[in-house]
Design a protein around this ligand. Structure first.
Ligand code: ATP
Ligand code: MG
Length: 139
């Protein structure tokens, strides 16, 4: 995959609260092109694998239960400097610390139910994209 791409999920809280359209509008307005997208629900094993890096953290089991609690929207986004620019667009993990106008400031409810995921490196963007999408689903 090209390195001008990042991976995102609209998390179960954002989907349940009806924010899919508003968040996708923010993503488009910021100049990202959607090159893959689907609504799906992660299994417990999916969520444990996806967030394996956090397996030793005290919030891990709660995070897994949250991520399997309802459907998500997974997408791959393309833009120059995609990983860094998308992290700026979503804002800090804790919405209380997120800058004005960021997606988490606008739509997140708590440090856990924080509306969106964004890859933290080109390497993880590729791993996470391949976790959720077959080659034929990426355009
Ligand atoms: P993401 O990887 O989902 O984009 P992030 O990179 O901003 O988020 P991470 O440190 O990777 O933050 O944490 C992964 C996710 O775990 C967070 O987005 C949040 O849903 C949850 N999380 C992180 N810290 C806490 C915490 N202290 N308490 C509860 N949940 C947390
Ligand atoms: Mg992270």
């Amino acid at each position: 995959m090209k390195t001008n791409r990042t991976f995102t999920m609209l998390k179960p809280d954002a989907v349940e609260d009806g924010h899919i359209g508003a968040i996708l509008a923010k993503i488009n307005e910021a100049g990202f092109k959607i090159v893959a997208m689907k609504m799906t629900q992660m299994s417990r094993r999916d969520a444990q694998l996806f967030y394996a890096i956090h397996a030793d953290r005290p919030f891990f089991s709660s995070l897994v239960e949250f991520m399997v609690s309802g459907p998500i929207v997974a997408a791959i986004l393309e833009k120059e400097n995609a990983v860094e620019d998308f992290r700026a667009l979503i804002g800090a993990t804790n919405p209380a610390d997120a800058a004005e106008g960021t997606i988490r400031k606008l739509f997140a409810k708590s440090i856990q139910c924080n509306a969106v995921h964004g890859s933290d490196s080109d390497e993880n963007a590729l791993i996470e994209s391949e976790f959720h999408f077959a080659t034929r689903e990426i355009f």
